[in-house]
Design a protein around this ligand. Sequence first.
Ligand SMILES: [Zn+2]
Length: 146
Amino acid sequence: MIVFDLICTEGHTFEGWFHDSSSYREQKRKDLIACPICNSTAVEKLPSTFAIKSSTGGGKPVPAEAITDLDPAKISQLQEKVSEFVRDHFEDVGCNFTKEALKIHYGVTEPRNIRGVSTREEEKVLDKEGVEYYKVPLPTPTESDG
Ligand SMILES: [Zn+2]
């Protein structure tokens, strides 16, 4: 027996037990699988895991991982676009990033886009407090190499 997490079109999730995955497919084809809540037979199998694992282990999902198929030129182009967007649309709070992020998180200040730097310790605080943030690979300040 295997158990699948299933979801109907109404968004109800429930567990379905099947002999094996082919009997799931057969029952689904015959509309034999119905949502126990709304009786809908339009159900889909949920992916067994939602977690996005980063290859570095325990890290945040970073955009760079999703675009590893692209050639390096395109990746750096994309990174440039992202950092340009962040530069133009996010208020630079510098070293106060963690403080400001927490203030926004707790509604002390207006929600707004901010950017800045944080230490690994500060990131742990943000994780613990459940603050959502993204790490953007910003290009290092250009060293004069030509
Ligand atoms: Zn349902």
